[in-house]
Write a protein that binds this ligand. Structure first.
Ligand code: MG
Length: 178
């Protein structure tokens, strides 16, 4: 499968490192955002202040933040409700079905949607299947759920290879040239 969405569009150390104006400049209206180790630790029951600040900044820019998580409603719902955002639990990443349905129901243009997350094999793969731009992040915190720890065994060498091939483009570089 060869398509231009196969690789992450950009890379960042973490989501809070990115200037929200970057998304605006990219013409993004909907930011599909992973939860665990992207916005917060999987252990964080409520959003950290940075998450709330980011959500408020995106609101001001007219960008809708939507949490898309493979985790259970029990974990995702209280967090998303406290943050005041739409959420899709058990999103089934890397499969696109559930998220695709959501995008269609809301009549979003795919070129106005971006997906951001910390895992190549779930988040980035899903974006590639949806044919939307994605941003790959490093882990926000050290701790991972056990399922994610298994995924990391496959993610790590893949990421190393992308880095060696200079296939990870820093978001600032995209920002300068967009
Ligand atoms: Mg994650």
């Amino acid at each position: 499968m060869s398509n231009k969405f196969k690789l992450p569009y950009a890379h960042a150390t973490n989501i809070y490192d990115i200037d929200p104006n970057f998304f605006k400049k990219e013409g993004i209206k909907v930011l599909l955002c992973d939860l665990d180790n992207t916005l917060d630790s999987y252990k964080a029951l409520l959003p950290r202040k940075e998450a709330q600040d980011l959500k408020d900044q995106l609101d001001e820019l007219g960008i809708k933040l939507v949490i898309i998580s493979n985790n259970r409603p029990k974990r995702v719902e209280p967090y998303a409700k406290a943050l005041g955002v739409t959420y899709i639990p058990k999103a089934g990443k890397p499969f696109k079905k559930k998220i695709s349905r959501f995008l269609k129901e809301n009549c979003y243009n795919l070129d106005e949607v971006m997906l951001i997350g910390d895992q190549l094999l779930t988040d980035i793969k899903c974006a590639s299947r949806l044919k939307i731009k994605s941003i790959l992040l490093e882990k926000l915190v050290e701790e991972d759920q056990w399922t994610t720890r298994i995924n990391r065994l496959f993610d790590r060498p893949l990421r190393r290879r992308l880095r060696r091939k200079n296939a990870l483009v820093d978001w600032r570089k995209r920002y300068e040239h967009s």
